[in-house]
Design a binder for this molecule. Structure first.
Ligand code: KG4
Ligand code: ZN
Length: 326
């Protein structure tokens, strides 16, 4: 099953070609450089850049995969959640290809793309999805624990305010590293010590909160007595501690067969180390598939078919900016 997948939910234009869930090519035009100077994404500008790049990337992904458009069996694309204008670019490209090539189209939930990213390039079959899993989605848009039982989703916990990725990015801008701050904080933290003595409370109902932590860090940075590497180290430790506590609490009363740690922040080396100590059943995506990418969308589309989804050529569908776990 040869799939061409498209991802345009935020600021990365991604196109991939997969044979089932094995990646043959995966190309991305990142807009990070442009948005560095603004400190965040500007949706109108982002959608314009997606529109400029998408055709070129489709050609490039096909060329690198040594695949002709006519050899494709399915088109997959990110239907949501994401920025509505940027999603529309992927939707239109996917619908056009599906009609032109007369092949089925698979609308993919971006969050499913993330949570199944540890399975990219691995053997999967129906049995892979019959067991009970805990997915930890940590990104710029989400901090969530999701239980997956026989393919059904249940949201266990989420953040009450900021996401962990936002907190990394905001602390990054406090200490003057370039946007997005996560990777730089990860690097700096390795050279630092836990000198800030940040307070983190254990919240009930598997909730997370990063707004208070962010304010504590801001006050300490304003005091001016701390080295950047110590700020990075102390913040990262406190940010990851919340995940560690809630996951340990969940595992005390729940047996799961696998734990999937996914989303942009799953690239964080300290989070990986901490989670790997909790259980040997923890799986992460390869580093190149942590951030938004089209390979994870093609992979999720394939998994949908393994789980029984029947793709059609029906293209009467919209993008959606938000979604919940049903
Ligand atoms: O999944 P993603 O690419 O986009 C969303 O769907 O949100 O996640 C982006 C987030 C950013 O906040 C970025 O700072 C964070 O992932 N990130 C990291 C690391 N690499 C990326 N955070 C901590 N440590 C990292 N190594
Ligand atoms: Zn994402």
């Amino acid at each position: 099953m040869r799939i061409l997948s498209i991802e345009t939910s935020c600021d990365d234009t991604g196109v991939a070609v997969l044979e089932n869930n094995k990646v043959i090519s995966n190309v991305v035009a990142s807009q990070t450089k442009t948005f560095k100077k603004y400190g965040g994404v500007i949706p109108e500008l982002a959608s314009r850049m997606h529109a400029e790049k998408i055709n070129e990337l489709i050609d490039l992904a096909l060329t690198r995969a040594n695949t002709k458009a006519k050899e494709l069996d399915y088109i997959a694309f990110t239907q949501g959640p994401g920025l509505i204008n940027t999603l529309q670019v992927g939707l239109v490209a996917a619908k056009t290809l599906s009609q032109y090539l007369d092949i089925p189209i698979i609308p993919v939930n971006h969050l499913e793309g993330h949570i199944y990213s540890p399975y990219i390039d691995r053997e999967v079959d129906k049995k892979t999805f019959n067991n009970k899993k805990l997915a930890i989605l940590v990104s710029g848009g989400h901090t969530q624990l999701i239980e997956i039982n026989k393919g059904k989703y249940k949201l266990i916990g989420t953040t009450s305010d900021d996401t962990i990725g936002e907190a990394f990015d905001k602390v990054g801008s406090m200490i003057g590293v370039s946007y997005p701050g996560g990777p730089a904080i990860d690097r700096l933290a390795k050279k630092g010590k836990d000198t800030l003595e940040l307070k983190v409370s254990k919240l009930s109902d598997y909730r997370f909160s990063y707004s208070g932590l962010k304010s504590q860090v801001r006050r300490k940075v304003q005091e001016g007595n701390y080295k950047n590497e110590d700020v990075a180290h102390s913040f990262q430790k406190a940010a990851v501690q919340q995940i560690e506590w809630q996951v340990k609490k969940y595992l005390k009363s729940n047996d799961v067969d696998e734990i999937l740690v996914t989303g942009g922040v799953s690239a964080n080396s300290y989070l990986r180390e901490t989670m790997a100590k909790i259980s040997k059943e923890v799986k992460f995506p390869k580093l190149k598939y942590c951030q938004d990418n089209a390979a994870m969308i093609g992979n999720a589309a394939y998994i949908m078919t393994v789980k029984g989804y029947k793709p059609t050529k029906e293209i009467d569908m919209d993008s959606y900016p938000r979604t919940d776990w049903k």
